[in-house]
Design a protein around this ligand. Sequence first.
Ligand code: URA
Ligand code: SF4
Length: 230
Amino acid sequence: SLDAAPFLPDTAEGRSDLDELRRAAAGCRGCGLYENATQTVFGEGSPGGRVMFVGEQPGDQEDRKGHPFVGPAGRVLDRALAEAGIERGDVYVTNAVKHFKFKRQEGGGKRRIHEPPSAAEVRACRPWLLAEMRLLDPDVVVVLGATAGKALFGSSFRVTKQRGRLLPLPDLEKIGTPAAGRELGAEPPERADTQIVATIHPSAVLRAEDRDAMYAGFLDDLKVVASALG
Ligand code: URA
Ligand code: SF4
């Protein structure tokens, strides 16, 4: 079945670091998405970053440039980070799925239209996300939208229900399973543990009829992140 695990480097004894993971991910064929995409877009940012942002998958520009959140959604995120007072040096950004999934415009046009990854593709790619999380060991993980939420908490995750408050990080062994979803009802975690804050995906701001209200809600959620960082 689809799985990135065979492509991961040996992570025993801390012998792997984020650069080694990135090099290995460049050759991943854990699911079919590598076939049509330009390249693997791995996570990037400060290796000492205390906050890890998890998006869905690279978009068109990210796929071409090879870096996460460098297109329109990235500009919304950058603005909100600055306004919430979260420092760039504290941030690592990545995606639940590392390859761009798209379809060609009807009639053979050049435009590539984003398609959401399937649950099987999210599951296949999850070993990379877990490895990044283990190595970075962030204080706060920010879930950007439903795909990232389901990648961590399983299919019962709902952004509208979970956004803007501190959630516990499930045991890494349970991540993505129904057991992780059941932990969403648990008490907010102690500050010493990794905390999760869920919010909307920044591209939802761009699609919204009332962009200002959508952006204001996004910024409010990032202020919860900023205060968790202290
Ligand atoms: N949307 C995402 O979820 N991730 C990116 O890197 C860019 C757009
Ligand atoms: Fe591997 Fe993830 Fe790319 Fe699929 S999407 S080929 S699992 S890196």
